[in-house]
Design a binder for this molecule. Structure first.
Ligand SMILES: CCCCCCCCCCCCCCC(=O)SCCNC(=O)CCNC(=O)[C@H](O)C(C)(C)COP(=O)(O)OP(=O)(O)OC[C@H]1O[C@@H](n2cnc3c(N)ncnc32)[C@H](O)[C@@H]1OP(=O)(O)O
Ligand code: UBL
Length: 271
C-alpha cells in the first residue's frame, strides 16, 4: 500500500508543478528555507573551525555558500556600479528590502568585512539564526527604539575599531508595495556617528517574478544598482533627516529606472 501511495505522490508532484502556480510558489518557498537551513548546517562547523566563534569574517563563508542559490530558482542577477564599492575602510550600505530573497543579491556584492543589522527575531531562526550570529550580525529590537539606538551606537564604535562595514535596510521591514517605504533614521545616525560614507544599493522590483499576494514565483532577473557614496564627514545629527531624504530620493529614482516603473506624481506606481 505504501508503494502505491509513493507512486501516486511521485506522479502527482510533476503534475502539480506543471499545472499549479500556487503549488510552485509554496514548493519554492519551502525549498528556499529548507536549503538555507541545510547550508547553515554545513556552514556552522566551517565557521567554528575557521574563526572559533562570532566573527565578521564568517560572512565570507556564508557569501560563498549562498552564491549558487540563484541558479536553483532560475534567477539572474545583473549588477551595475561595481566601481562605487571600491571604497577603503568602513562604510554603511543601505538598500531597499522586498523579501528574504534579497539575501541572494546581497551575497552577490557583499564586500569583505561587511555584516548586517537585523531584527532580533532572526536569531531564533534555527540554524540560519545561529550562522547569522556567528557572522557578527547585529540584532536589534525594533519595538524598543532606545535599545535599538544604543545597540547601533555601539555598532558605530565597533565599525571604526574593527574596520567593519554594515548593511542596513532603512525601510525597517520587507516591502513589496511597488515603491520604497519612508526611511527610518537608524542607518543615517549610524553613518554620522561613525563619520563614514553611505553607499546606497537598489534592488529592482521583484514584481515580474515574485508576488507574495498572488502566490507567484517564476524565473526572473534582479537588477542591482550600486550608487555613488554619500559622504557624511562633518555632518551632525541635525542633518540626519536631510541625509535620509536625499538618500531616499536618489534610491527611489534608481528603483523606478531599473524596475521599468514610472511615478505618478509621487503617488502609486505603474508598469
Ligand atoms: C548559509 C545560509 C545562511 C543564510 C543567512 C543569510 C544571512 C543574511 C542576513 C540578512 C538579514 C536581513 C535582515 C533584515 C532585517 O531584519 S530588516 C529589519 C531590521 N532592520 C532595521 O529595522 C533597520 C532600520 N531601522 C532603523 O534604523 C530604526 O531607525 C530603528 C533604530 C530600529 C528605530 O526605529 P523607529 O523608532 O521605528 O524609527 P525612527 O527611525 O523613526 O526613530 C525614532 C527616533 O529615534 C531617532 N533615532 C533612530 N536611530 C537613532 C540612532 N541610532 N541614534 C540616535 N537617534 C536615533 C530618530 O532620529 C527618531 O527621532 P526624530 O524623530 O528624528 O527626533
Ligand atoms: C526553528 C525554525 C524556525 C524556522 C524559521 C525559518 C527562518 C528563515 C530561514 C531561512 C530563510 C533564508 C535566509 C533569509 C534571511 C533573511 C531574513 C529576512 O529577510 O527577514 C525578514 C526581515 O528582514 C523583515 O521582516 P519583517 O517583514 O519586518 O517581519
Amino acid at each position: 500500500m505504501d508503494v502505491v501511495w509513493m507512486l501516486l505522490l511521485l506522479l502527482l508532484f510533476p503534475l502539480l508543478m506543471w499545472t499549479s502556480s500556487t503549488f510552485v510558489f509554496y514548493f519554492k518557498k519551502f525549498f528556499y528555507v529548507a536549503w538555507m537551513m541545510f547550508l547553515a548546517i554545513v556552514g556552522i562547523p566551517i565557521c567554528l573551525l575557521k574563526s572559533g566563534g562570532r566573527d565578521v569574517e564568517n560572512m565570507r563563508i556564508i557569501r560563498s555558500m549562498v552564491r549558487h542559490v540563484k541558479y536553483l530558482f532560475g534567477l539572474r542577477i545583473e549588477v551595475s556600479g561595481w566601481e562605487h564599492l571600491q571604497t577603503e575602510g568602513p562604510y554603511v550600505i543601505i538598500s531597499n528590502h522586498q523579501s528574504s530573497l534579497d539575501v541572494l543579491g546581497m551575497m552577490e556584492i557583499l564586500p569583505d568585512r561587511c555584516t548586517t543589522i537585523a531584527k532580533k527575531e532572526l536569531v531564533y531562526a534555527g540554524t540560519v539564526g545561529l550562522i547569522c550570529w556567528l557572522a557578527g550580525i547585529v540584532f536589534i529590537n525594533r519595538k524598543k527604539t532606545s535599545d535599538a539606538k544604543s545597540v547601533m551606537a555601539d555598532a558605530a564604535k565597533t565599525m571604526l575599531d574593527e574596520q567593519i562595514r554594515l548593511w542596513v535596510f532603512p525601510e525597517g521591514t520587507r516591502n513589496q508595495n511597488g515603491d520604497l517605504l519612508p526611511f527610518k533614521k537608524g542607518a543615517f545616525h549610524l553613518a554620522v556617528q561613525a563619520q563614514v560614507p553611505i553607499i546606497p544599493v537598489v534592488f529592482s522590483s521583484y514584481s515580474s517574478f515574485y508576488l507574495r499576494k498572488e502566490k507567484q514565483f517564476k524565473s526572473g532577473v534582479i537588477r542591482l544598482r550600486i550608487l555613488p557614496k554619500i559622504e557624511t564627514k562633518g555632518l551632525t545629527s541635525d542633518e540626519v533627516s536631510c541625509l535620509s531624504d536625499q538618500s531616499h530620493s536618489l534610491m527611489r529614482t534608481a528603483f523606478l529606472e531599473i524596475s521599468g516603473l514610472v511615478a505618478k506624481s509621487n503617488g502609486p506606481l505603474k508598469h
